[in-house]
Design a protein around this ligand. Structure first.
Ligand SMILES: C[S@@+](CC[C@H](N)C(=O)[O-])C[C@H]1O[C@@H](n2cnc3c(N)ncnc32)[C@H](O)[C@@H]1O
Length: 258
Protein backbone atom coordinates (compact mmCIF):
# COMPACT_ATOMS: atom_id res chain seq x y z
CA UNK A 1 0.00 0.00 0.00
CA UNK A 2 1.30 3.50 -0.83
CA UNK A 3 2.69 5.43 2.09
CA UNK A 4 0.85 8.62 2.98
CA UNK A 5 2.95 11.70 3.65
CA UNK A 6 1.99 14.86 5.44
CA UNK A 7 2.38 17.90 3.18
CA UNK A 8 4.99 20.41 4.27
CA UNK A 9 3.62 23.87 4.91
CA UNK A 10 3.68 26.32 2.01
CA UNK A 11 6.95 28.14 1.29
CA UNK A 12 9.26 25.42 2.56
CA UNK A 13 11.33 23.05 0.46
CA UNK A 14 9.89 19.55 0.17
CA UNK A 15 11.27 17.22 2.86
CA UNK A 16 13.80 14.67 1.62
CA UNK A 17 11.68 11.66 2.57
CA UNK A 18 9.14 12.76 -0.01
CA UNK A 19 11.42 13.91 -2.78
CA UNK A 20 13.96 11.11 -2.66
CA UNK A 21 11.55 8.64 -4.22
CA UNK A 22 12.85 8.36 -7.75
CA UNK A 23 11.03 7.42 -10.91
CA UNK A 24 13.07 4.23 -11.33
CA UNK A 25 12.95 3.80 -15.09
CA UNK A 26 15.33 6.66 -15.98
CA UNK A 27 17.61 6.13 -13.01
CA UNK A 28 18.22 2.47 -13.77
CA UNK A 29 19.37 2.90 -17.37
CA UNK A 30 22.83 1.40 -17.99
CA UNK A 31 25.62 3.92 -18.64
CA UNK A 32 27.35 1.78 -21.27
CA UNK A 33 24.30 1.19 -23.43
CA UNK A 34 24.09 4.03 -25.91
CA UNK A 35 21.30 2.22 -27.77
CA UNK A 36 19.03 2.15 -24.69
CA UNK A 37 19.83 5.72 -23.71
CA UNK A 38 18.99 7.05 -27.17
CA UNK A 39 15.84 4.95 -27.43
CA UNK A 40 14.61 6.30 -24.09
CA UNK A 41 15.44 9.81 -25.35
CA UNK A 42 13.86 9.86 -28.82
CA UNK A 43 11.87 6.62 -29.03
CA UNK A 44 11.84 5.13 -32.51
CA UNK A 45 11.37 8.47 -34.27
CA UNK A 46 14.81 7.95 -35.85
CA UNK A 47 14.34 4.22 -36.43
CA UNK A 48 15.10 1.11 -34.38
CA UNK A 49 18.88 1.86 -34.26
CA UNK A 50 19.07 5.49 -33.15
CA UNK A 51 22.83 5.17 -32.47
CA UNK A 52 23.26 5.06 -36.26
CA UNK A 53 21.47 8.40 -36.60
CA UNK A 54 23.47 10.35 -34.06
CA UNK A 55 24.15 13.35 -36.30
CA UNK A 56 20.46 13.76 -37.11
CA UNK A 57 19.39 13.33 -33.48
CA UNK A 58 21.98 15.85 -32.28
CA UNK A 59 20.82 18.41 -34.85
CA UNK A 60 17.15 17.82 -34.09
CA UNK A 61 17.55 18.12 -30.29
CA UNK A 62 19.70 21.25 -30.74
CA UNK A 63 17.07 22.83 -33.02
CA UNK A 64 14.42 22.11 -30.42
CA UNK A 65 16.57 23.52 -27.60
CA UNK A 66 17.09 26.78 -29.54
CA UNK A 67 13.33 27.41 -29.35
CA UNK A 68 13.48 27.31 -25.54
CA UNK A 69 16.57 29.51 -25.44
CA UNK A 70 14.86 32.10 -27.66
CA UNK A 71 11.59 31.97 -25.74
CA UNK A 72 13.32 32.41 -22.37
CA UNK A 73 15.63 35.09 -23.86
CA UNK A 74 18.77 33.50 -22.41
CA UNK A 75 21.70 35.91 -22.52
CA UNK A 76 25.42 36.00 -21.76
CA UNK A 77 24.77 37.28 -18.21
CA UNK A 78 22.59 34.37 -17.23
CA UNK A 79 23.14 31.36 -15.03
CA UNK A 80 20.81 28.72 -16.46
CA UNK A 81 19.55 25.63 -14.69
CA UNK A 82 18.63 22.78 -17.00
CA UNK A 83 16.41 20.09 -15.48
CA UNK A 84 16.85 16.74 -17.23
CA UNK A 85 19.86 17.34 -19.49
CA UNK A 86 19.72 13.86 -21.04
CA UNK A 87 22.54 13.27 -23.53
CA UNK A 88 23.55 16.93 -23.38
CA UNK A 89 22.50 17.74 -26.95
CA UNK A 90 20.43 20.72 -25.78
CA UNK A 91 22.88 21.58 -23.00
CA UNK A 92 25.43 22.58 -25.64
CA UNK A 93 22.94 25.11 -27.03
CA UNK A 94 22.31 26.58 -23.56
CA UNK A 95 26.05 26.78 -22.87
CA UNK A 96 26.63 28.73 -26.08
CA UNK A 97 24.22 31.46 -24.90
CA UNK A 98 24.62 31.58 -21.12
CA UNK A 99 27.52 32.39 -18.88
CA UNK A 100 27.03 29.23 -16.82
CA UNK A 101 24.83 26.14 -17.10
CA UNK A 102 23.92 23.86 -14.21
CA UNK A 103 22.85 20.68 -15.96
CA UNK A 104 20.86 18.39 -13.65
CA UNK A 105 19.56 14.90 -14.23
CA UNK A 106 18.36 12.08 -12.01
CA UNK A 107 20.13 9.48 -14.15
CA UNK A 108 23.86 8.82 -13.63
CA UNK A 109 23.93 7.17 -17.07
CA UNK A 110 22.64 10.25 -18.88
CA UNK A 111 24.94 12.52 -16.87
CA UNK A 112 27.91 10.46 -17.89
CA UNK A 113 26.82 10.56 -21.56
CA UNK A 114 26.29 14.33 -21.39
CA UNK A 115 29.67 14.97 -19.72
CA UNK A 116 31.30 13.21 -22.62
CA UNK A 117 29.12 14.99 -25.19
CA UNK A 118 30.01 18.42 -23.74
CA UNK A 119 33.65 17.67 -22.84
CA UNK A 120 34.93 20.60 -24.95
CA UNK A 121 32.82 23.20 -23.03
CA UNK A 122 33.98 24.70 -19.74
CA UNK A 123 30.88 26.57 -18.50
CA UNK A 124 28.73 23.53 -17.66
CA UNK A 125 28.44 21.81 -14.28
CA UNK A 126 26.75 18.43 -14.28
CA UNK A 127 24.84 17.61 -11.11
CA UNK A 128 22.92 14.51 -10.12
CA UNK A 129 19.65 15.47 -8.47
CA UNK A 130 16.71 13.63 -6.97
CA UNK A 131 13.40 13.89 -8.72
CA UNK A 132 11.38 16.97 -7.69
CA UNK A 133 14.24 18.27 -5.58
CA UNK A 134 16.81 20.99 -6.17
CA UNK A 135 18.17 21.08 -2.64
CA UNK A 136 21.73 21.23 -4.01
CA UNK A 137 20.99 24.77 -5.24
CA UNK A 138 20.83 27.90 -3.11
CA UNK A 139 17.80 30.21 -2.93
CA UNK A 140 17.66 32.85 -5.72
CA UNK A 141 20.76 31.53 -7.45
CA UNK A 142 19.68 31.12 -11.09
CA UNK A 143 18.28 33.50 -13.73
CA UNK A 144 16.54 31.00 -15.99
CA UNK A 145 15.31 27.42 -15.63
CA UNK A 146 14.85 25.40 -18.80
CA UNK A 147 13.53 21.88 -19.00
CA UNK A 148 13.13 20.23 -22.40
CA UNK A 149 11.01 17.10 -22.89
CA UNK A 150 11.04 16.35 -19.16
CA UNK A 151 7.79 17.84 -17.82
CA UNK A 152 6.03 15.77 -20.50
CA UNK A 153 6.91 12.82 -18.24
CA UNK A 154 5.78 14.40 -14.96
CA UNK A 155 2.40 14.14 -13.28
CA UNK A 156 0.83 17.15 -11.59
CA UNK A 157 2.28 16.24 -8.17
CA UNK A 158 5.80 16.15 -9.63
CA UNK A 159 5.14 19.46 -11.36
CA UNK A 160 3.94 21.01 -8.10
CA UNK A 161 7.07 19.96 -6.20
CA UNK A 162 9.35 21.11 -8.99
CA UNK A 163 7.55 24.46 -9.32
CA UNK A 164 8.02 25.08 -5.60
CA UNK A 165 11.70 24.31 -5.83
CA UNK A 166 12.12 26.32 -9.03
CA UNK A 167 10.42 29.36 -7.49
CA UNK A 168 12.85 29.06 -4.58
CA UNK A 169 16.05 28.88 -6.69
CA UNK A 170 15.01 31.53 -9.24
CA UNK A 171 16.15 35.11 -8.75
CA UNK A 172 13.37 37.73 -8.59
CA UNK A 173 11.81 38.09 -12.08
CA UNK A 174 13.59 34.88 -13.10
CA UNK A 175 12.08 32.80 -15.89
CA UNK A 176 11.06 29.19 -16.33
CA UNK A 177 10.45 27.51 -19.69
CA UNK A 178 9.25 23.93 -20.19
CA UNK A 179 7.07 21.90 -22.51
CA UNK A 180 4.22 19.66 -21.47
CA UNK A 181 1.92 17.00 -22.95
CA UNK A 182 -1.41 18.77 -23.37
CA UNK A 183 -4.36 16.51 -22.58
CA UNK A 184 -6.83 19.18 -23.72
CA UNK A 185 -5.68 18.77 -27.32
CA UNK A 186 -6.13 15.01 -27.56
CA UNK A 187 -8.46 13.60 -30.23
CA UNK A 188 -9.76 16.96 -31.32
CA UNK A 189 -11.13 17.14 -34.83
CA UNK A 190 -10.17 20.78 -35.23
CA UNK A 191 -6.46 20.16 -34.53
CA UNK A 192 -4.22 20.10 -37.61
CA UNK A 193 -2.08 16.97 -38.02
CA UNK A 194 1.62 17.55 -38.59
CA UNK A 195 2.97 16.66 -42.04
CA UNK A 196 4.87 13.59 -40.76
CA UNK A 197 1.67 12.16 -39.27
CA UNK A 198 3.17 11.70 -35.79
CA UNK A 199 0.53 13.70 -34.04
CA UNK A 200 -0.21 13.99 -30.34
CA UNK A 201 -2.96 11.40 -30.81
CA UNK A 202 -0.45 8.99 -32.35
CA UNK A 203 1.86 9.37 -29.33
CA UNK A 204 -1.02 8.98 -26.91
CA UNK A 205 -2.19 5.71 -28.44
CA UNK A 206 1.39 4.41 -28.71
CA UNK A 207 2.06 5.28 -25.07
CA UNK A 208 -1.26 3.74 -23.98
CA UNK A 209 -0.02 0.51 -25.60
CA UNK A 210 3.32 0.73 -23.73
CA UNK A 211 1.37 1.32 -20.52
CA UNK A 212 -0.59 -1.88 -21.08
CA UNK A 213 2.65 -3.81 -21.72
CA UNK A 214 4.37 -2.53 -18.60
CA UNK A 215 2.39 -0.35 -16.19
CA UNK A 216 5.46 -0.19 -13.91
CA UNK A 217 7.37 1.73 -16.61
CA UNK A 218 5.04 4.66 -15.99
CA UNK A 219 7.80 7.16 -15.06
CA UNK A 220 9.26 6.88 -18.55
CA UNK A 221 5.92 7.21 -20.35
CA UNK A 222 4.36 10.53 -21.26
CA UNK A 223 2.06 12.08 -18.66
CA UNK A 224 -0.84 14.07 -20.04
CA UNK A 225 -1.81 17.21 -18.14
CA UNK A 226 -4.27 20.04 -18.70
CA UNK A 227 -2.92 23.54 -19.24
CA UNK A 228 -5.33 24.92 -16.66
CA UNK A 229 -4.09 22.48 -14.02
CA UNK A 230 -0.44 23.34 -14.67
CA UNK A 231 -1.12 27.08 -14.60
CA UNK A 232 -3.04 26.82 -11.31
CA UNK A 233 -0.29 24.77 -9.71
CA UNK A 234 2.46 27.07 -11.02
CA UNK A 235 0.62 30.16 -9.79
CA UNK A 236 0.21 28.56 -6.35
CA UNK A 237 4.00 28.23 -6.32
CA UNK A 238 4.57 31.87 -7.31
CA UNK A 239 5.09 31.43 -11.06
CA UNK A 240 2.95 33.32 -13.58
CA UNK A 241 2.52 32.41 -17.25
CA UNK A 242 3.85 35.14 -19.54
CA UNK A 243 3.83 33.38 -22.90
CA UNK A 244 2.69 30.21 -24.56
CA UNK A 245 3.97 28.80 -27.87
CA UNK A 246 2.27 25.54 -28.74
CA UNK A 247 3.20 23.17 -25.87
CA UNK A 248 6.01 25.38 -24.57
CA UNK A 249 5.25 27.58 -21.57
CA UNK A 250 7.20 30.55 -20.24
CA UNK A 251 6.70 31.64 -16.62
CA UNK A 252 8.02 34.51 -14.60
CA UNK A 253 8.64 34.42 -10.87
CA UNK A 254 6.10 36.71 -9.22
CA UNK A 255 7.11 39.20 -6.54
CA UNK A 256 6.47 37.71 -3.09
CA UNK A 257 3.37 39.88 -2.36
CA UNK A 258 1.54 39.02 -5.68
C1 LIG B 1 13.33 12.67 -22.93
S1 LIG B 1 14.84 12.99 -22.09
C2 LIG B 1 15.13 14.69 -22.55
C3 LIG B 1 16.60 15.06 -22.48
C4 LIG B 1 16.98 16.45 -22.96
N1 LIG B 1 16.35 17.48 -22.15
C5 LIG B 1 16.65 16.65 -24.41
O1 LIG B 1 15.75 17.42 -24.70
O2 LIG B 1 17.31 16.03 -25.26
C6 LIG B 1 14.34 13.09 -20.40
C7 LIG B 1 15.54 13.30 -19.46
O3 LIG B 1 15.02 13.78 -18.22
C8 LIG B 1 15.55 13.01 -17.16
N2 LIG B 1 14.49 12.97 -16.13
C9 LIG B 1 13.38 12.20 -16.09
N3 LIG B 1 12.65 12.48 -15.00
C10 LIG B 1 13.30 13.48 -14.36
C11 LIG B 1 13.05 14.20 -13.17
N4 LIG B 1 11.97 13.96 -12.44
N5 LIG B 1 13.93 15.15 -12.80
C12 LIG B 1 15.03 15.41 -13.55
N6 LIG B 1 15.34 14.76 -14.68
C13 LIG B 1 14.47 13.80 -15.08
C14 LIG B 1 15.88 11.65 -17.74
O4 LIG B 1 16.86 10.99 -16.98
C15 LIG B 1 16.34 12.05 -19.13
O5 LIG B 1 17.70 12.37 -19.12
Amino acid sequence: MAEIHTLPSSGQAAPDEIISQQPAAWVDLPADDQHQLLLALVGTTFGQQPEQQLKLIRASRARFARRFVRMAAVSKHHTVLEIGSGCGFGTRVLAAKATRVLACDISPAYLSYARHECADLNNIEFIQTHSRSLTVLADQSVDVVISISVFIHLNLYDIYWYCREIARVLKPEGRLCFDFADSDKLFRRDWLRPANGRSRDHFFVEQAGHYLDGPTDLPQLMQWNSLRGILNVARRCGLRLVRRRSDRLLFKKMPAEE
